[in-house]
Design a protein around this ligand. Structure first.
Ligand code: BTN
Length: 326
């Protein structure tokens, strides 16, 4: 109940950005007393919001906090369902683990888990995902699409496009995507996406999209072995990036693309994905569980599967692999 009121309050300021809203106006809008409004505003101040309060004019939000808070993410969020329920955690093993539990317990579509730190962050192929405190975006999103199981990987590509667009919106850098969903800047990895399913034999119950974005790390924050292959938005842009802005933008973009996908299918997403893809037309080596394939990346199929033409002219379809560019 409390958080519902807080959400309505944030929505009111979102819809009237930079304007003063009077205590009476807010009280009428959300159906509580002016004292209750005052108490909520004080809570926001404690969370790190900078507020201006002027007699007879009301309140205005001047600056949002440095640490991520669920309220700050909501401030400016334009989605219908994505991010409307946010589970914010200070420190977790993995946001994927929490999102799996929530999805199993019937959490609504669009529910997200955001953490400041993961102590056991998971990457693709059972790798560890380095997720230090207050520097990155570590989050998992629950979707419940009514699509056949083999189409689920398309959502990973969709999420990669959404994150690239969010990075372009919030920073000055232009990232590229390495199949299927590594996001690179100047050849170094800035984002990884891990998509997991809860499904029955022929039906998806939920898709959990885990997104890790390296945002404000500096080179010295990385362990030695990652320094040549990983980077952050701050390193590449030379600026500190507001993580809540990035998360909000990713939610707005992801929901838009997801609705487009449900209405029109994968084709518009495929075209967008290809426009950001780094590997198409290039010589690559794909390391799969059953061996390596070296050849030219031709593109992706309607299902998001990578097509590689090897040096003998044979075209392979690759469902899961690590890609090395030449
Ligand atoms: C990759 O290997 O490239 C995928 C990395 C995915 C990392 C994210 S961070 C949020 C979510 N929680 C996890 O434990 N992993 C994903």
């Amino acid at each position: 109940m409390q958080s519902q009121l807080r959400k309505q309050l944030i929505d009111a300021f979102t819809n009237n950005k930079d304007e003063f809203l009077s205590g009476q106006y807010l009280a009428d809008l959300i159906g509580c007393s002016r004292t209750a409004v005052w108490k909520h505003m004080e809570e926001l101040r404690k969370e790190g919001f900078e507020l201006e309060a002027i007699r007879k004019k009301g309140y205005r939000i001047v600056k949002t906090p440095e640490n991520i808070t669920a309220d700050e993410i909501r401030f400016g969020l334009k989605t219908k369902f994505l991010g409307q329920s946010i589970h914010y955690e200070e420190s977790v093993e993995s946001t994927q683990k929490i999102a799996h539990r929530l999805a199993y317990d019937q959490a609504a579509e669009g529910t997200v888990v955001v953490a400041e730190e993961q102590v056991a962050g998971r990457g693709r192929m059972d790798r560890v995902w380095h997720s230090p405190k207050y520097t990155g975006v570590w989050m998992s999103i629950i979707l419940r699409p009514n699509i056949p199981i083999p189409k689920a990987p398309q959502l990973t590509l969709l999420a990669a496009v959404a994150v690239v667009q969010a990075i372009e919106e919030v920073t000055t850098v232009t990232p590229q995507i390495k199949w299927p969903n590594d996001i690179l800047i100047n050849g170094k990895k800035v984002t990884g996406i891990l998509t997991e399913l809860q499904a029955e034999a022929d039906r998806i119950n939920s898709v959990i999209i885990g997104i890790g974005i390296n945002v404000n790390q500096q080179m010295e924050d990385y362990p030695e072995e990652l320094r040549t292959i990983a980077t952050s938005l701050s390193i590449e842009s030379g600026k500190r990036i507001n993580r809540a802005d990035l998360i909000r933008s990713a939610f707005n973009r992801l929901e838009h693309l997801y609705e487009l996908y449900l209405e029109k299918g994968f084709l518009p997403i495929k075209l967008l994905w290809e426009s950001y893809a780094i590997s198409i037309g290039k010589m690559i080596t794909a390391r799969t569980l059953s061996g390596s394939i070296r050849g030219r990346a031709l593109g992706i199929t309607e299902d998001g599967v990578l097509k590689i033409e090897d040096t003998e002219g044979i075209v392979h379809q690759v469902y899961s692999a690590d890609i090395e560019l030449e």
